[in-house]
Design a protein around this ligand. Sequence first.
Ligand SMILES: Nc1ncnc2c1ncn2[C@@H]1O[C@H](COP(=O)(O)OP(=O)(O)OP(=O)(O)O)[C@@H](O)[C@H]1O
Length: 261
Amino acid sequence: MTSPLHDTTPRPELMSVNGVGKVFNGATVALQGMSLTVRQGDFISLLGPSGCGKSTALRLMSGLSLPTTGSIRWAVPQEPGSLGVVFQEPTLMPWATVEQNVWLPMRLRGASLSSVRGEISEALRLVGLDGFQRAYPRELSGGMKMRVSIARALVTRPKLILMDEPFAALDEITRFKLNNDLLTLQAELGCTVVFVTHSVFESVFLSDRIVVMAARPGRVLRELAVDAPYPRDESFRTSPEYAALCREASAALHDAMGDAA
Ligand SMILES: Nc1ncnc2c1ncn2[C@@H]1O[C@H](COP(=O)(O)OP(=O)(O)OP(=O)(O)O)[C@@H](O)[C@H]1O
């Protein structure tokens, strides 16, 4: 079955990255000439070796950093809460409860906790943490902390979620579970995801497009379409089709690393 988000109809554009470059300290070319069209409902992975500019690209897309050259444009009106960001570390406030942590983006916009309790509970339900509102981060496992971080990113119902290696520090079993749950969540919310990873297996499992990047200078080498229907689950993960797609992405990554050597 193909999810409505992943059918073959061209989807409307959400963001365009046009010839973007980033130079640090006038010397380090972290990113050069990156162009990418992000469409609504896409799940795009940025895959590449260390130092190829994946995090830089994500920071530029988030607006946390400005490009040295080129431009990034939203194709739809950007409102407060249009964007959610998840980093490798859950970055939770240790002194605050789960509920208060998830409240943060709404609190910054002036909403009282009591006025948004429903949205917070719904976000926690979506990440499988219903009932943990009053828990403190120290009482949670690594995977649960990351789920809170994801709930905080999606509580404003963003159009775009940017994720920078969110599962890299987790064990493989937790990572597989979170990968499965992330796809379910994306289908349920209809949001768009740009996801940074070093893992070929993760990028193939999650994405409908993989942007393969190379280092020195950081740049896009090629884009791969992962032409496998959603929903994807354990049967996809163990299928010959998945293995073939992983081989293809792995070869592209190998080229990227050779190119950068
Ligand atoms: N704030 C900064 N100041 C100076 N150089 C930076 C800065 N941020 C990144 N760089 C450099 O830009 C290049 C790209 O870094 P970036 O973190 O984007 O790569 P990456 O692909 O995300 O790497 P990794 O997978 O190891 O996280 C690297 O050479 C890095 O040292």
